[in-house]
Design a protein around this ligand. Structure first.
Ligand SMILES: [Zn+2]
Length: 270
């Protein structure tokens, strides 16, 4: 019985044997320990993965132990088996193992038909660390293109809803309130009021320094604020309600992008 079990191990398979009652014993035994009856002789491949039923942590491995680093002895019920197999589990720390933890065998390079052909078990992979970097290139849609072409000329373009009279900036082609089609853009002044702001302490390629301030600025004549940098003032002096004006880059440097607006700066010394 055990010879078949070890021969299967050499082929990197784990087998159990079926009892007269239909349970699968792993490792296989010649007699069912529950009833004393002879088993059927039907071998059943199980695992190779299974679940820990109980375990004990070994902080200081001994020479005879299968691992030379802290590990767990565990009873492992392999998939398809009705009994548990005792084996070592190589876990990073005791928190990485619990009753129910799924484990997989790590096989020795050259199995020889010995229980040590399974070097140890390891917890199932449940997460990976994969550094990912993604760069985005956004395509301005029709309305945003109109707005950015205005920025390239040094003006902010908004849209006035013919039905509810709300003025939206950046320009958009339909009213989010009433769904009305918005016609020609309207020019807005480059002055406005800070409605809310945040002091940022993490560097940003668009910002001149750390800390920097990003703010919602309600342009004069607009009904919704737009987000922009605030500069020319120490971060701790920025306030809600502060009157600001856009600081544009020189005309020859302007493009159809928000980079044409350096930032908004206070209109009067604060
Ligand atoms: Zn409307």
């Amino acid at each position: 019985m055990i010879g078949r079990f070890l021969s299967e191990l050499r082929a990197r398979r784990i087998v159990g044997v079926r009892t007269a009652e239909g349970r699968v014993l792993v490792p296989p035994l010649e007699y069912d320990p529950a009833t004393g009856e002879a088993v059927t002789g039907e071998y059943v491949e199980v695992g190779p993965a299974g679940a820990v039923t109980t375990w004990a942590w070994v902080d200081e491995p001994l020479d005879a132990h299968p691992l030379d680093r802290p590990f767990a002895w565990a009873l492992i019920e392999l998939d398809g088996a009705d009994t548990a197999l005792l084996h070592a589990v190589d876990a990073d720390n005791p928190k990485a193992i619990a009753a129910g933890t799924r484990v997989w065998p790590v096989w020795k390079d050259r199995p020889t038909g010995h229980i040590t052909d399974i070097s140890y078990f390891v917890p199932e992979v449940t997460k990976i660390v994969a550094p990912v970097r993604t760069e985005y290139r956004l395509q301005a849609g029709g309305a945003l293109r109109v707005f950015l072409e205005g920025v390239a000329r040094g003006v902010f373009l908004g849209g006035r809803c013919p039905s509810c009279d709300q003025v939206y900036v950046p320009y958009r082609m339909s009213c989010p309130e009433c769904g009305e089609v918005i016609g020609e853009p309207v020019e807005l002044p480059d002055t406005g009021t800070i409605t809310t702001y945040a002091i940022n302490n993490l560097p940003d390629p668009r910002a001149p320094q750390v800390p920097f301030v990003s703010a919602y600025i309600l342009l004069d004549g607009a009904d919704i604020p737009m987000i922009a940098l605030v500069g020319g003032v120490p971060a701790h002096e920025v306030r809600q309600g502060m009157r600001v004006r856009a600081v544009w880059v020189p005309p020859e440097e302007r493009t159809a992008s928000m980079a044409s607006v350096r930032w908004f700066a206070p209109m009067e010394p604060s």
